[in-house]
Design a protein. Sequence first.
Length: 391
Amino acid sequence: MVPYGDRADAPDYPGPMLHRIENTPRDYAWGRSGAISALLGRPATEAVEAELWLGAHHGSPSRVLGPGGVPTGETLADAAPELPFLLKVLAAGAPLSIQAHPDAAQAREGFERENALGIPLDAPHRNYRDPFPKPEFIVAVSPRFEALAGFRPAADASLDVATIAAPIGAGDAVLPLLDRLRDDATVGDAFAWLLGGSPEARAAIDAIGRGVVQNPVGFPQEAWIAGLYPGDPGVAVAVLLHKVSLRRGEALYLPAGNVHAYLDGVGIELMVASDNVLRGGLTPKHVDVAELSRVVDRAASPEPRLEPTALPGGGLLYAPDDPEAPFSLVHVASTAEVPLTGPAIVLCVDGAFSVAGEESAIDVVRGDAVLATAGERSLRVRGDGSLFIAR
């Protein structure tokens, strides 16, 4: 799945080159009441809103709007089936699952393997629902966005484990975990052991859970997670991961193999349009420890932040340096000249802008979303507020 580099190979879209689109927020249990509606200036609601999908993914394809904002009956799955990315507004009010995603080779092999086994694509125990990787990044649009992402250095994790266990006299229970936290190259071994379900692993998980609940000042996020998921391996896994706090405009990139979980906040997320998620905890959904352990990058790493760069014509560019992430996101506060190599999605989250391509132009205000088809080679943006362009 790559962006459209050759115009002759791009899909043929009838009609205007800029199409208004819309979708309905999804109500996953970990979402926040009314958070997406509040961001986009929609009527206030107490409904739980977790994700708004803007793209062609079959799970929730965006609807195409005609004159006057009336739905045409067409979705982006019909109008732009090869759109190579999925843009989301994500609102987390509780932890998402501890998870990681496969790389391209792992996704292709896993998809073919499960097809050969005859596992239906919609089976709850299916791991690979398509043959694509799922690298993703998120840009905070709330004042703070909290997440767990990537393994910490072994020494740091070991110190916290010992600090948690000592006041409750659980040093012996965590010794097997500490024995596995001696090397930055193999922190993932401790992760896999915690998920393995042995009596020793369960004892360590229980000890860490009790310890963080009794020390919520020292370990506030872990204590919060333990209160929501008592006894879950994810409570102990959280101690192994970086606790990342993003301010508005800061970003986190999650490549293949990175163990992570979003915790709290609202952000704009961009990813390959894939459904391949391997979960390890903090979820009632299917957990496959062996498969997750197979795809995890077991080494400690720095916080996986993604730094934006300034575009010459205005705007900030978020672009992972990863061939498996063939997409980027531009944030515009006033003016920008944004070159395109294929279709793009525009989302305005504040203020008002004019967006002009080579073939057409459109005005957008807070809450508006637009598909720019592959016929547009660039977008000229003028206005004031906050607007994102996924391309």
